[in-house]
Design a protein around this ligand. Structure first.
Ligand SMILES: NC(=O)c1ccc[n+]([C@@H]2O[C@H](COP(=O)([O-])OP(=O)(O)OC[C@H]3O[C@@H](n4cnc5c(N)ncnc54)[C@H](OP(=O)(O)O)[C@@H]3O)[C@@H](O)[C@H]2O)c1
Length: 266
């Protein structure tokens, strides 16, 4: 990662923040993007204290022009782009029949899916020039349906399909595509998740002390996969087994998902 220029969206909190600080400690130049500029400025300071160079670029990834500016600022500051990490994301927590504001589906799709498409569009020519890496922080919900997360799962399935397709288009160009699928990670994403009326819930509905991966472990998985230029990271052995089972007994996987969520109070 030494000397590489890395754009991270959703870098103001959670996985994106810790990923930024870890990559900075390995000598990367960080381009930090999110809407919350105060939080971003703090992450920038943490990156610099860790030994990397960093700039903060206030960005709403649902805004095409803002994504263009983000990449432009990265190139101005560091002369190019090696890696784009599409990490910005929002979640939801409501059964479909209980949704009263359908616009929550638009918002989840625009941030998680279209935000990744927009940033990738502008960054790709620069990443190609450096035979770099595209990273998509998806989710296990990108692999299988999950109750109360229908729109979120749809957005993560969309990300998976987009990046799987792009990987094939980029064969032979030297650009690699990594799709990361974490399970439950200890961040505030479930407190920020949208509820029935499209407003954030403000507190998580699950017991966050149970079966939750700490952020540092998640970041270690991601950085290892980036260094090895892997194509996929599916976090947890149980999820890997479920992916195989889904091919032969999809109904069984549905029941496992339901039981897992109930066990975890999710
Ligand atoms: N935590 C988990 O259990 C888990 C599991 C599987 C997958 N993931 C995925 O991992 C990624 C990071 O999640 P996290 O848990 O770290 O979430 P988080 O702590 O809630 O952080 C989300 C980040 O995304 C940014 N963001 C949200 N909307 C944005 C927008 N419109 N434009 C730009 N940035 C935006 C937020 O900053 P601003 O609000 O300031 O913009 C924040 O920096 C997401 O894609 C999520 O789906 C998380």
């Amino acid at each position: 990662m030494q000397g590489k220029t890395i754009i991270i969206t959703g870098a103001s909190a959670g996985i994106g923040e810790e990923l930024a600080v870890t990559l900075a400690s390995r000598g990367a130049n960080l381009v930090l993007a999110a809407r919350g500029e105060e939080a971003l400025a703090q992450v920038k300071r943490r990156c610099e204290q860790s030994g990397g160079r960093a700039i903060a670029v206030g960005t709403d990834v649902t805004d095409l022009e803002a994504c263009r500016r983000l990449v432009e600022r990265a190139v101005e500051a560091f002369g190019g782009v090696d890696i784009l990490i599409n990490n910005a994301g929002i979640s939801m927590w409501v059964r479909f029949e209980e949704v009263t504001d359908l616009s929550l589906f638009d918002r989840v799709m625009r941030v998680n899916y279209l935000g990744s498409v927009y940033c990738t569009h502008y960054a790709l020519p620069h990443i190609k020039a450096r035979k770099g890496l595209l990273v998509a922080i998806s989710s296990l919900t990108g692999k299988t349906g999950v109750p109360t997360r229908s729109g979120y799962a749809a957005s993560k399935h969309a990300m998976q399909g987009f990046f799987d397709s792009l990987r094939i288009e980029l064969l032979g160009t030297g650009v690699d595509v990594l799709v990361v699928s974490p399970g439950f990670v200890a961040t505030d994403i479930r407190a920020r998740a949208l509820g029935p009326d499209g407003q954030p819930l403000l507190e998580s509905k699950r017991d966050e002390d149970r079966d939750t991966m700490d952020v540092d472990t998640c970041v270690a998985w991601i950085t290892r996969a980036m260094e090895n230029r892997e194509r996929e990271v599916v976090m947890t052995a149980r999820a890997k087994v479920s992916m195989f089972l889904k091919l032969v007994a999809p109904g069984l996987v549905d029941r496992i998902v339901l039981r897992t969520l109930r066990e975890k109070g999710s």
